[in-house]
Design a protein around this ligand. Structure first.
Ligand code: DCP
Ligand code: MG
Length: 441
């Protein structure tokens, strides 16, 4: 193992470890620097402080340290864009099978002529006119709009591969102007474009128009955009003029935006909470806001009150980072027959761990938490985890952790149904965020 102290930037570690001698447990206050040819990670009080800012650089050059010292989101107003594709799965199917977009199309499980037990994934806007929506029982959708030969409904089971490919094409277009980019689901993304448009809200609007056109021309799908000073406001905006809409909330328009707006429209307020609020006579956001934090808190709880007030004040998160949407990378295997040979299971665990670490390396992500999942015959499931003090992407480190976790926790004489490995507490340098895109669904 090649250790080089010239990369320490003047920080003198109290100990140096090579990979082979990396201890299982680190003393809490240990200062150390750990170097491999490809990864240089320094752990010091200073570094751990940086980590709390969720910024991290593989090579801590002076430049990157400076970048870390000035977190991009700490000062000034941001311009956040939320993009959400319209009737995504349905639109892809229309494109792929060259269907008539005016005919109702429902994507979901097999309706079995109304006897199917699954649910609707999504449907096109023609089908929405029948009152059909995502997550509705497929039997109910059939009742509202039966399929051939009983009615005009066209039912498709859907193919994930098709959606992933379309999604990737769209994300590549969206990524381009974003300083910070986050794919939030298969059909939505957040972009922080503040610097790209030099803080100009009109330029942000024009940018959305141009992205919308590019997506339509190059992929054949329509998208809706929201532009606002926070994530949640951007997400709400993208809903306003759907489909193929753009809506913008300027910082001084937030209060107006919430005037008469239903509490149910705020992401994070579910049907249960909304019903509860309605029982107190609160149906719109402005009604709740006007109560003030104290009075609202007495009714609905302090945490909720403080959050809702911050939403309207435009004081909630502006952070756009792929790590918000992806919390871990994991792989698991269910055995076709329950396994009694624990050595054989350990081999599978090693291979899963290696695949997870290869994946994390491809994505430019490192992790701090190793977790092994063990499911015994009969479905009893345990997860055993351990964190290391600094995010890494070294397979050897995690192989050792995985083996250790398995060996010390597996219950002997029991047969196993599933084994899995998960890399958690992910971290990545901001400059590598784009790489996440290349990762498939
Ligand atoms: N999806 C799903 N099951 C759900 C919700 C959604 O399988 N309960 C899938 C199908 C959708 C895709 O995710 O096409 C995106 O979800 P959206 O909520 O964005 O819904 P759509 O894109 O279909 O419609 P909209 O135009 O309202 O965004
Ligand atoms: Mg959508």
């Amino acid at each position: 193992m090649h250790l080089q102290s010239s990369t320490l930037n003047g920080r003198i570690p109290s100990r140096l470890f090579a990979l082979e001698e990396l201890p299982m447990e680190f003393p809490a206050a240990e200062r150390l620097v750990y170097l491999t040819p490809s990864v240089e990670v320094s752990v010091s009080e200073e570094y751990i402080n940086f980590k709390h800012l969720r910024h991290y650089s593989h090579t801590m050059t002076d430049e990157s340290v400076d970048a870390i010292r000035t977190p991009p989101h700490s000062t000034g107003e941001r311009i956040i864009i939320h993009c959400d594709l319209d009737a995504f799965f349905a639109a892809v199917e229309v494109l792929h099978h060259d269907l008539d977009p005016e005919k109702p199309l429902i994507i979901g499980s097999d309706p079995q002529a109304g006897r199917g037990r699954g649910i609707v994934s999504t449907c096109n806007y023609a089908a929405r006119k029948f009152g059909i929506h995502s997550a509705m029982p497929i039997s109910e959708a059939w009742r509202r709009c039966p399929g051939h030969p009983f009615g005009p409904g066209h039912y498709i089971r859907g193919s994930r591969g098709l959606y992933s490919r379309a999604s990737r094409k769209v994300m590549e277009i969206l990524l381009e102007p974003a300083e910070f980019f986050e794919k939030a689901s298969i059909d939505e993304a957040y972009l922080d474009v503040t610097d790209h448009v030099a803080g100009d809200w009109d330029a942000a609007y024009a940018l959305c128009r141009s992205l919308q056109t590019t997506i339509e021309e190059e992929v054949g799908l329509t998208a809706s955009f929201g532009i606002a000073p926070t994530r949640i406001l951007a997400k709400m905006s993208s809903e306003v003029n759907k489909p193929k809409g753009i809506f913008r909330i300027l910082p001084d328009e937030i209060v107006d935006f919430f005037h008469h707006r239903s509490l149910r429209d705020v992401p994070g307020i579910g049907p249960k909470r909304a019903t509860q609020l309605a029982e107190w006579g609160l149906t719109t956001v402005d009604e709740a806001y006007e109560l003030g934090e104290l009075a609202l808190g007495r009714m609905a709880g302090e945490r909720f009150a403080s959050w809702l007030i911050r939403v309207v004040d435009g004081a909630t998160s502006t952070e756009v980072s792929p790590l918000r949407s992806r919390k871990s990378i994991g792989k698991e295997r269910t055995f076709s027959q329950d396994q009694t040979d624990h050595e054989a299971v350990l081999d599978v665990l090693r291979s899963l761990t290696q695949r997870v670490l290869k994946r994390s390396k491809d994505m430019g992500v490192s992790g701090r938490l190793a977790e092994v999942k063990i499911r015994y015959t009969g479905f009893e499931t345990h997860t055993h985890g351990r964190s290391i003090p600094v995010a890494m992407d070294e397979p050897d480190v995690f192989l050792r952790l995985a083996e250790h976790l398995f060996a010390t926790n597996v219950q002997h004489n029991r047969s196993l149904r599933l084994i899995g490995f998960r890399l958690g507490q992910l971290d990545m340098p901001p400059t590598r965020q784009a790489v996440l895109l290349l990762e498939e669904e």
